[in-house]
Design a binder for this molecule. Structure first.
Ligand code: 1HN
Length: 376
């Protein structure tokens, strides 16, 4: 009963539990169970794996195909009835916790011009990455932000937030990312609906960008001691420009090309306490090598086309596709275009892994640093 499928090469070595069932032991286990106890050696190999073995499956969600289903929800439910009109990404290995990968949730939210989704707050941290449309906005604690394609916006833990699309806009779709599965696993989830259902806009539109994203400068007389970034919106144009300059000024990382983290301008750290985010640029023809690390990662293709090999399987992607890399999964990225950059937006649980001292990383050394492909 102790055999596990964790690592067949290293199974049953000295120091690991290896107790065969006998009628006496089975009877003993039953008695222990009645006392709400159990013998550690019956579960030790399972709860102490040699290395992380994610139950999340590598998945590519192709936007083409999914998009029409997301749009169809508009005629089926209203934001008022649904709360949020979202089609979420349901990893086959994580259906029990509604996660897209690991302890991260993600979904595609759609709103039509003139629609508004009411204000609420929760102890989950959330982010949005805008996929298409015109006129989308989010209000966070009275700060309204206008949102365009590839803009990245925060709605941190505890903040009032609501979304809408201006009446003269176009249908909008964005990706939501939340740590709800993690917060639920920690049994720390609270949720409150705003007493007026909507917030007053109490600051100039996009003021967080005006105040907090000046070129390396920080306001003298504005204090900030909250555990998340005071800059709520990271716009695409300056992000892409920064990446291009970064890529031009140095050699690529063999694994990630040019990768930059979105940061809290106050301390240079992650944007929120539990979720980090990055954008990376793969120059034309970039062929990355394989590595693996702890943490769960969801990528959206912000620009370009290529493929990633994840745990020996190739996933071909194009703009707006989303894919996940589970913890400790081998992965390598390739930009198949000879002329254009590819950009991958990513959000992840790195702040959690780092704070808990659980981050580990390893490069693949065999086979020239590339994974052998597993036959489909
Ligand atoms: C939420 O607050 C939003 O604010 C979207 O748009 C998806 C999924 C679960 C819990 C809260 C939003 C969510 C969510």
């Amino acid at each position: 009963m102790n055999s596990t499928d964790y690592d067949t090469h290293r199974e049953n070595v000295a120091g690991r539990s290896d107790v065969e069932d006998t009628p006496e032991l089975v009877a003993y286990y039953k008695e222990l169970e009645r006392l709400n106890t159990a013998a550690l050696w019956t579960v030790a190999n399972k709860i102490e794996p040699w290395q992380p073995k994610s139950v999340s499956v590598p998945v590519l969600w192709r936007y083409q195909g999914l998009r029409e289903h997301v749009l169809r929800s508009v005629s089926l439910v209203t934001p008022e009835k649904a709360g949020r009109r979202v089609i979420y990404l349901d990893n086959p290995g994580r259906r029990d916790v509604s996660a897209a990968v690991g302890w991260l949730y993600s979904g595609l939210q759609v709103m039509h011009p003139g629609e508004i989704a009411s204000a609420h707050a929760h102890s989950s941290s959330a982010l949005r990455f805008i996929m298409e449309g015109k006129g989308a906005y989010t209000i966070v604690d009275g700060h309204k932000m206008a949102l365009g394609a590839n803009d990245f916006v925060l709605t941190p833990n505890g903040t009032w937030h609501e979304h809408g699309v201006e009446a003269d806009g176009l249908p909008c779709i964005w990706q939501d990312g939340l740590d709800i599965p993690l917060v639920n696993a920690l049994e720390a989830g609270f949720f409150t609906v705003h007493p007026d259902l909507h917030q007053a806009v109490t600051h100039p539109v996009d003021d967080s960008v005006a105040l907090w994203s000046a070129a390396g400068l920080r306001p003298h007389d504005l204090g900030w001691n909250k555990p998340y970034s005071p800059l709520f919106k990271y716009q695409w144009e300056p992000t892409y420009e920064a990446l291009r300059r970064y890529a031009a000024g140095r050699e690529d990382s063999p694994f990630d090309g040019a990768l930059m983290h979105y940061t809290n301008p106050v301390n240079g750290g992650h944007v929120m306490a539990t979720i980090g985010a990055s954008m990376q640029l793969l120059r034309p023809g970039f062929v990355g090598k394989a590595h693996r690390h702890t943490g769960s990662f969801l990528y959206q293709v912000a620009k370009g086309q290529g493929y990633s090999i994840i745990e020996g399987r190739r996933f071909d992607w194009q703009e707006r596709d989303i894919f996940c890399v589970p913890s400790w999964a081998w992965h390598e990225h390739v930009n198949t275009s000879r002329t254009d950059d590819a950009c991958l937006f990513c959000f992840n649980d790195l702040p959690v892994m780092e704070k808990l001292s659980l981050y580990r990383e390893e490069a693949l050394v065999d086979n020239g640093g590339h994974q052998p492909l597993i036959a489909a």
